[in-house]
Design a protein around this ligand. Structure first.
Ligand code: GDP
Length: 466
């Protein structure tokens, strides 16, 4: 299915740069590209960079020296004819070049349209297209690595054997129904169940792995809480400093919440340093405290910082009490380089109160922002607590995409019904319906069957030029 029209877009990010790339794809890509660039010789060699000049067709004046690379269908990223023109990265040049392409009949590419074409032309499947987007958006090298493996087709490769088993079962059962009188070997119920169970075990593992996969893709938020002067900012900086890979201010940060992101074990960890959450009568301050409490509750994980060189205070107890019900909690007994004045035994009464409520106990780490003691341990505990399934399987088998996880769950529901049908030895016609319900969601993951609205949702999140 090769598209009728030729699309064009600037494929490099907006703004000035050393280089900027204009990309064309479609049946007239070569013709349009060549008509605009003066080249030393024709025809253009494919997959080779060729130096040329771009002159404004109106004035005939040279605008820029460019490098042209062409790819002939189907050996291109979209499986169509593709031309990439590298100019100097001045927005005016790039825009003029694109305009000239419009004048010659190309049209502006929609966001993600190059990748959409790659999908529609069978060059990549849906999981690979989604991985392209994740790769572009990755913030850590680890995220990029996982996305790159998915771009190679790791998700589809993982599902393929299960689809094959289902197809095989379906074919055998259909044949048994259609040719009942003939001598088609009928599968034993036990054998059917065994096959379904193998699929179930594996899909369940993949779905479970999403807990960690989601974190890999989206990162984690850690709220740092504690009374003034216990060392929150110092710890925050320690945690950031070690791997200052991607420290960026997060948009939407409010005045009283400072958020920065660092890579911890390849996972983007967003630290929210919260201003004090003390009891207050002041109306304005109350709003601030409520907002802070909201951010703390929304975090994946909380770190309560205590100054262990001072006696345990009522305010510490109050904070601990407030944080306990919110979920996973780490407690840093900070300033461990100074003589300790807080012992775990002292905290026992505050913990005991919640124990009956069935809340998981907080984890304690002795830290020093001064010497760096315990910082590594805090990081490990963060990953352990928030991502318990981390490292359970090869990263290439990780499900990081909610759409995939939900479809696998749909598939598992079909499978459960199928198992029931097989256990009760219901007629094959009924079992078949369940098997189709199991297979269809898996097909939707890879895009073997798809609905246009799904494509819309996926590709509209791309940037133009991809
Ligand atoms: P925050 O108000 O909780 O953010 O606390 P800060 O990070 O501003 O620290 C308050 C004071 O404690 C500063 O003077 C820090 O230098 C000091 N401090 C922080 N962490 C440590 C630590 O681990 N050991 C020692 N000795 N001093 C610390």
């Amino acid at each position: 299915m090769v598209s009728a029209d030729t699309i064009v877009a600037i494929s490099t990010p907006p703004g000035r740069g050393g280089l900027g790339v204009v990309r064309l794809s479609g049946p007239r890509a070569l013709e349009i590209g060549i008509s605009l660039i003066k080249l030393p010789k024709l025809p253009l060699e494919t997959q080779r960079a060729t130096l040329g000049t771009f002159s404004d067709p109106e004035s005939g004046r040279v605008v820029d020296q460019v490098v042209v690379t062409c790819f002939r269908q189907p050996h291109s990223s979209t499986a169509e004819d593709v031309v990439e023109i590298s100019c100097h990265g001045a927005p005016v040049i790039l825009r003029r070049l694109v305009e000239c392409c419009f004048e010659r009949g190309a049209r502006a590419a929609e966001p993600g349209e190059f990748t959409l074409r790659a999908f529609l032309n069978g060059r990549i499947d849906l999981t690979q297209a989604e991985a392209v987007r994740d790769l572009i958006e990755s913030q850590t090298l680890y995220q990029a690595r996982v996305a790159a493996q998915q771009m190679e087709g790791s998700v589809s490769a993982r599902l393929q054997p299960h689809k094959q088993v289902l197809l095989d079962l379906i074919a055998r059962l259909e044949a048994g129904i259609d040719f009942a009188e003939d001598d088609v070997a009928v599968l034993e119920w036990q054998e059917i169940l065994a096959r379904l169970d193998r699929i179930r075990t594996d899909l369940e593992k993949l779905v479970e792995g999403y807990k960690y996969g989601r974190i890999v893709r989206e990162g984690l938020t850690l709220a740092i809480v504690g009374r003034p002067n216990v060392g929150k900012s110092s710890l925050f900086n320690c945690l950031l400093n070690e791997e200052r890979a991607i420290v960026t201010p997060i948009p939407g940060t409010t005045r009283d919440l400072v958020a920065e992101t660092a890579s911890v074990g390849g996972i983007p960890l967003r630290f929210v340093d919260t201003a004090g959450v003390r009891e207050t009568q002041d109306a304005v301050e109350k709003i601030g405290v409520e907002r802070t409490m909201g951010a703390i509750a929304d975090s994946d994980l909380r770190l309560l910082v205590v100054d262990a060189s001072e006696p345990w205070t009522a305010e510490d107890a109050h904070l601990l009490h407030k944080l306990r019900p919110l979920g996973a909690l780490l407690v840093a007994l900070n300033k461990s380089d100074l003589p300790p004045r807080v012992s775990l035994a002292e905290l026992e009464p505050s913990l005991g109160a919640d124990r009956s409520a069935g809340v998981a106990p907080p984890q304690f780490v002795r830290t020093s922002a001064l010497t760096g003691e315990g910082i590594q341990e805090v990081k490990e505990k963060i990953l352990e607590t928030a991502a318990p399934t981390r490292g359970l399987g090869p990263e290439g088998e990780l499900i990081t995409n909610l759409r995939h996880q939900q479809l696998m769950q749909d598939s598992l529901r079909g499978l459960a019904k199928g198992r029931q049908a097989a256990e009760q030895q219901l007629p094959h016609e009924l079992l078949l319906l369940d098997l189709y319900d199991t297979l269809r969601p898996l097909d939707l993951i890879t895009g073997a069957t798809y609905a246009d609205d799904i494509l819309d949702i996926i590709f509209k999140t791309f940037c133009v030029g991809k």
